[in-house]
Every structure is written in C-alpha cells, then in structure tokens.
Write a protein that binds this ligand. Structure first.
Ligand SMILES: *Cc1c(COP(=O)(O)O)cnc(C)c1O
Length: 458
C-alpha cells in the first residue's frame, strides 16, 4: 500500500491546518514494514529539510536525542559567536552602537527575529534574561492580589523552578503558598486535563502560569482555549514555553495570550545559558514592570540617566540590565536556520518523527509485557510537543545503557527516558537505531545491571 512520507502510521485522523503540508508522497514502499531499516531510509530520502543536518556539529559517533535539554551547536551559531568575540576585540566600547547588530538594541533586534516563532508582532517580543528570571519579571508585573483574588494557578506537573518562583512571589506579597498556590492535579501522572485547569480558574484566582508543553510527558496544552477561558474570568495568564518555542508554532497575538517566556538553549539551539526571551501582548504595554531596570528604559533617552523611569513602548520595557552579546550571538545564527526551514515544516517533521518512534516501538513489540516499555506522551499529534516520553521501571538504567551505546537521551524521575528528535538534525534512521537499541538492552538484560538512580545532571 502506498503511504505518505511524514504521515503518522497507521493513518490517523486529519491533521490540523498547517501541519503536514510539506509531506511528500512516496510510492515505492509497497508492503514495507515500519520496523524495516529501509522504511526509515525512505523517510529520510523524502525529507525536504534533511539537508539542515549538515549545518550542525553532531557529536562524533553519537545519536543525540537530548536537544530538548541542550540543543546542538550549528555552524551558523558558531559563526555569529566568533563574530561577536571579534567585535569585542576590535570595537571595544564601540560595539554598543557599532556592532553588527549593535549590542545596545540586541534585545529588540533578536526579539523581532524570534517573533515569527511565537506568532507575535516584533515589538511584543524581547530577547533578555532567562526562563526563571523572565518568569519573575512577568509575575512581579501581573500578579496583583487584591481582596478575594489572591491565588495563583499552576499544575502539579510543572517544571519545579516555576513552582519555586511562584511560591516566592506569593511570599513577597505576604501570602502563603500553602493556600495561595493552587496546583491542578494530574489523574495519570503524565497529563493535565484542560477542563480541570479551566475549573480551577475561579474568582479567587489573580494569575495563572501554565506550561505550553509539559517537560516530562511532552503533552501540549490547548493554549488558545486556556487563554480565552482566563480572559473571560479576568485572570492574567502566562505560559512557560521552554519546551515549545522552536518545536511548535504559536499564534500568541491571534490567541490573545497575555504574556509568555522561554529559554533559547533547548529547541532554539543557542547554547548553554543562552539569553532567553519573553512576550507581552500589546494590550499590556505601558503597564509598569514589577522589576524595572535601566535596560527597559525608552532607548533614545536611556543615557539621559534621569531619576524617573520611562519605559520602552513594547515588550522591551521588561528588560532589566545589560545584555550579554556573547550569550545572545549564537541565537542570531540559530534563528537563521529556523527562518530558512520554516517552523511549519519543522513541526510537520517533528510530528512525523515522534509518531514514527511511537509506532515503531509498538510495532516491534517493545510495549508488550516482555519488554515493559510504555509511551507516556499523548498519541494525538495536536496534544504532543517535540519529544517522546518512554517509560520503563528501570528507566535510569535504560538511559545509561543507551548512553553506553552512543545514544544520548535524558532521564526524568521516576521512570521517564525522554527522546527528542530535533527536526533540524535528527534523521529517521537515527530513530530506527534507537528502536533497535531499546530492544537489545532488554534482550541482553543490560537494564538489570549497573547503577540505579540518576546522575547529578540527568
Ligand atoms: C528548562 C526549563 C526551565 C529552566 O529554567 P532556567 O531559568 O532557564 O534555568 C524552566 N521552566 C521550564 C518549563 C523548563 O523546561
């Protein structure tokens, strides 16, 4: 039977608009099994964006599936970083205005380049700070507890840093996280039901902060639905998009998202500790930032050194202090790759790859009791971010055994091995080899040997 390149197999329900539009038809694979190596090779041959793999430094001898923790270095990012270093050497202080791009407006210029990835007008995005820092800057602005409305809604499956930050913000306002921080529970320890989030948005809630994609299971929440529900109820809602920016298209402006933030070192491939980003919807421009600093000042007058603060017109007002050109330069190179490949094509390939990996493990019998692998990621493409959560009672040892075979996953307690195919540089054949390795590890009993538990950095 002829099949479509990049269509999840077996055929599933119709894709969302904009997804799968770059898929190519392959007519030559009649009768081929999804578990066949040739099947993966045919998918690679039909991949219209496979060429971007050559723009990256792939760790020699490894299959790298940890791009959702730290993306790989591209030649483009390296070039921009070396250029920034060169400009420091040759321009010194002159780099603030004479750099290419000028360091003085790096946050704004890189924000404009990032805006297409989140579906925003250029001035609504600024590249600054980091994930948790931007969370604080935005929550300090939009959390205004008053009267009965004191609570913050988040989820029990949030990345811990977000919860630590929210609890500290509540304390700053004299509240008690035990009563004021409401965590929407998970019924299966993997996913959160949007209906339960909406139900938690009561008239005692002042603010909600939700992940776009859950870091462990990879569930993608329904952002437009949640944004609409929060707005109806007069609740300020922000999204932590660390696991969706660069992996999933967004339409922040059209969806009416209030505010959002993310990091650049995961799917954006801008390097360890790279400068993050934030979004503020136009209707909130002019709101006084809760954590003001001189870098958020109106640019033309920043060096007036006036005593009173006058904020920039757009999201730039949420910058706090001097940016790091060296920690921002790689992002400029990396964003070029996103502009060339297009986020819709990247999303189509990402879904094809995560679908392929799930289908491959199932077709190969790895989810049967003998192997005990499980899939913790939602099967519906529209509920899935960029990675697959493979569960196993010996997850930590499985992750180590994969590493011993040159395959780099990561591990999240208690039992999740995260595998992130990154459409810019992961091939279908890589994934086929991962499937083989997962089978071999259990067949040989490698998962029953070696140290239990995670490494210091997992
Ligand atoms: C990676 C990640 C973070 C990390 O925060 P940093 O401030 O960049 O260290 C925060 N939240 C989520 C959801 C993440 O995935």
């Amino acid at each position: 039977m002829p099949w479509m390149g990049w269509q999840p197999l077996p055929p599933r329900k119709a894709r969302q608009a904009g997804e799968g539009t770059t898929g190519m038809t392959i007519e030559t694979m009649a009768g081929a099994s999804i578990t066949a190596e040739a099947y993966a090779q045919a998918l690679d041959a039909a991949d219209p964006i496979g060429r971007f793999r050559d723009r990256f430094y792939l760790p020699p001898g490894q299959i790298y599936l940890d791009g959702n923790s730290l993306g790989l270095l591209s030649h483009d990012a390296e070039r921009e970083t070396l250029a920034a270093l060169e400009q420091w050497r040759t321009l010194a202080i002159g780099g603030w205005l004479g750099g290419d791009p000028p360091w003085f407006t790096l946050g704004e210029s890189l924000g404009a380049l990032t805006a297409p990835l989140v579906g925003a007008e250029p001035e609504a995005v600024v590249v600054t700070g980091g994930t948790t820092i931007n969370l604080h800057a935005l929550v300090a602005t939009f959390y205004r507890p008053a009267g009965r409305r004191r609570r913050i809604v988040a989820t029990s499956l949030d990345f811990p840093s977000d919860l630590y930050a929210l609890a500290s913000q509540i304390r700053l306002h004299g509240g008690d996280p035990a009563t004021d921080l409401v965590l929407v529970p998970s019924r299966d320890d993997r996913t959160i039901d949007e209906a339960e989030i909406v139900a938690a948005l009561t008239d005692e809630v002042a603010l909600a902060l939700l992940p776009s994609v859950l870091y462990r299971s990879g569930q993608l929440l329904d952002l437009p639905r949640l944004a609409a529900a929060a707005r109806q109820r007069g609740i300020s809602l922000g999204f932590d998009c660390a696991h969706s920016v660069g992996a999933v298209p967004h339409q922040f402006d059209a969806w009416g998202i209030d505010w959002a933030f993310w990091c650049s070192y995961k799917y954006l491939n801008a390097g360890p500790g790279a400068t993050g980003g934030l979004y503020v919807n136009r209707r909130h421009w002019g709101t006084a930032p809760g954590l003001a600093g001189w870098w958020g000042y109106e640019k033309s007058r920043q060096f007036d050194m006036a005593v009173d603060w006058a904020g920039a017109a757009g999201a730039g007002a949420w910058q706090i202090g001097t940016p790091s050109p060296l920690a921002t330069a790689p992002l400029r190179g990396s964003l070029r790759l996103f502009a060339e490949a297009g986020i819709d094509a990247l999303r189509a390939k990402s879904l094809a790859q995560t679908s392929y990996l799930i289908d491959l493990l199932e077709a190969d019998g790895l989810t049967a009791p003998r192997f005990r692998y499980g899939i913790g990621t939602p099967r519906q493409p529209e509920r899935r971010g960029g990675h697959v959560a493979v569960e196993h009672p010996e997850g930590a040892r499985i992750a180590r055994a994969l590493k011993a075979r040159g395959i780099v996953p990561d591990f999240r307690p208690p039992n999740v091995v995260r595998l992130a195919p990154v459409p810019l540089y992961t091939s279908f054949h890589d994934l086929w080899r991962v499937g083989r390795a997962l089978r071999e590890i259990v067949e040989r009993g490698d998962h029953l040997r070696g140290e239990r538990g995670r490494d210091l950095v997992a």
